[in-house]
Design a protein around this ligand. Structure first.
Ligand SMILES: Nc1ncnc2c1ncn2[C@@H]1O[C@H](COP(=O)(O)OP(=O)(O)OP(=O)(O)O)[C@@H](O)[C@H]1O
Length: 261
């Protein structure tokens, strides 16, 4: 299984620091949730791992410094599902998911039978068989989100990076996708790093959480350790109640501030 280590990672845009000496790690096969308010640096951190953002510091997966890998080797190791993917115009769902096989297809060759089988399996896992010939642009937001996850699974990565994977999904598909990721994690030895805004869902699915605030690690640990009423109030400036649900995992309930008379 492939562990991910992030050490002293810093990113600045112009002169504005966005990540400041971020150090955290996911053990092989673990699901690490990255949480924090808007603008905390969550997506930027995932983009560093995906090779889309330059950074100071070190990031490794399975002991390999990700900077040393070429595009194809990196894509076999790490798959990234961005929050708002740019989808190619005029492409069918099937062909888009088949793109996930690119790192396995030789230059100038066409995808083979095995690539098509993995693509069909990914479509099935995300309940997209009925959409295989539809144009991407004709899909709803949630269907597009499932298509991007299917493309990432077709990459057969060791590390899956998910940026807000359930933001466009209804409650049923949220659960389906997160359960599926959890099953794949177990069956395919995947290590998962996932940004999430829903702290209750994050607590239910993640083994550990890293809380970012203003680009720094504010807290990390088990969901129960990280998601406390006081911390959510302080970091998110939110009024909430936090109770413990199944398996002592936190349940975060917004508590409406006093109504104005
Ligand atoms: N290319 C860029 N140029 C300048 N600033 C940027 C750039 N990309 C991100 N930022 C800034 O970096 C900060 C962190 O952005 P990031 O997208 O990582 O936050 P986030 O925690 O994922 O937020 P959200 O929860 O809103 O998605 C934000 O203030 C954002 O405006």
């Amino acid at each position: 299984m492939t562990d991910v280590r992030i050490r002293d990672v810093s990113v600045a845009f112009e002169t504005t620091p966005v990540l400041r000496d971020v150090t955290t790690a996911a053990a092989g096969g673990e699901w690490l949730g990255i949480i924090g308010p808007n603008g905390a640096g969550k997506s930027t951190l995932l983009r560093c791992l995906a090779g889309l953002q330059s950074y100071a510091g070190d990031v490794s997966a399975g002991g390999v410094d990700l900077r040393t890998l070429g595009t194809r080797d990196r894509a076999r190791l790490v798959a990234f599902v961005p929050q708002s993917p740019v989808l190619p115009e005029g492409m069918s769902v099937h062909d888009y998911v088949l793109l996930g096989r690119t790192p396995y297809v030789s230059y100038l060759a066409n995808p083979g039978r095995a690539d098509r089988a993995v693509t069909a399996e990914s479509l099935e896992l995300l309940h997209l068989q009925g959409f295989r010939d539809r144009q991407l642009q004709s899909l709803s937001g949630g269907e597009r989100q499932r298509a991007t996850i299917a493309r990432a699974l077709a990459q057969q990565p060791k590390v899956l990076l998910l940026d807000e994977p359930t933001s466009a999904l209804d409650i049923g598909h949220q659960q389906h996708v997160l359960e599926l990721v959890d099953e794949l994690r177990a069956s395919q030895d995947l290590t998962v790093l996932c940004t999430m805004h829903d702290l209750t869902l994050a607590g239910q699915f993640c083994d550990r959480l890293t809380l970012l605030h203003h680009g720094r690690v504010e807290a990390e640990g088990t969901p129960r350790e990280v998601v406390t009423r006081e911390r959510v109030q302080q970091v998110y400036d939110a009024s909430v109640d936090v109770t413990l649900g199944i398996d002592d995992r936190p349940v975060v309930v917004p508590a409406r501030r006093q109504r104005q008379p």
